[in-house]
Design a protein around this ligand. Sequence first.
Ligand code: AMP
Ligand code: FE
Ligand code: FE
Ligand code: ZN
Length: 293
Amino acid sequence: MASDGGDNRIDLHAHSTASDGTLSPADVVRAAVSAGIDVLALTDHDTTAGWSEAMRVRPAALTLVLGVEISCRWRGVAPAIPLHLLGYLPDPEEPRLARALADLRASRQERGRRIVDLLSADGIDITWDEILQDAAGGTVGRPHVARALVRRGLVATVDDAFAPQWLGRRYRPEKVDLDVFEALDLVNGAGGVAVFAHPRASSRGRTVPDELIVDLAARGLAGLEADHPDHAPAEREHVHALARRLGLLVTGSSDFHGTNKTVPLGACLTAPAAYRQLVAAARGRQPIGPYPT
Ligand code: AMP
Ligand code: FE
Ligand code: FE
Ligand code: ZN
């Protein structure tokens, strides 16, 4: 085993049932081991609730990086553009961060109810209880509604439910997200390391201009997630080049969601050097496990 982690498989973005993944945190850890992953980050949407279960079942050889994916918005244009900020190794009890995450989860619940109401108004009888039951106490997301639409036979797959005539546009009331600069300050204030998730994933909707990333870098953004399943090759190259220009670290990750998506763990990986840079930037928490040595 190389002590510099030269051969390690490092996947820094995965979801569990604590948000919109389909595997429990324990099963995500087990799946990571099966996939030959050496370093795994658990990054559920707007919650750190899956961390303790993942820690409990972590085998000695797996390194766990505790993280969170924060729902943000950039208000530099109208309407504001939604985006995701990954926060690695923050103190989950830092009060301002914890409060902000709780508010985001509340806003997700409210939006979830409104989606159900909109569907009901059009004669589609999905109940809020059913969504809550499927979310099982985790952060509610559109994938939970998508699964209900699949169960009704209204769409064939979760992916199809994100088409414009469904959750992609027609049944997509807004939720209240954090201003991206505020989220960045909160992550850094909690001793964490902030990485902009899938910044050029145009398949998800509008993307932000590079000028915003320049401003975020000046404010303390540490890295960009360049290698991501939703980035086409040209988009990955663009993000790599931008990161080089700004001196940001670059991550690669699967954004695993269990069977809510078709992407397997380890579909994209982070280079060991970038991972070490990320860990070195964390103040407070450290990864749990053997890497980096
Ligand atoms: P939300 O954060 O609740 O608005 O929902 C966005 C989430 O839905 C993303 O984090 C993905 O997990 C998921 N998602 C978005 N687009 C798709 C898609 N086309 N297929 C499957 N899941 C998707
Ligand atoms: Fe998700
Ligand atoms: Fe994301
Ligand atoms: Zn994600």
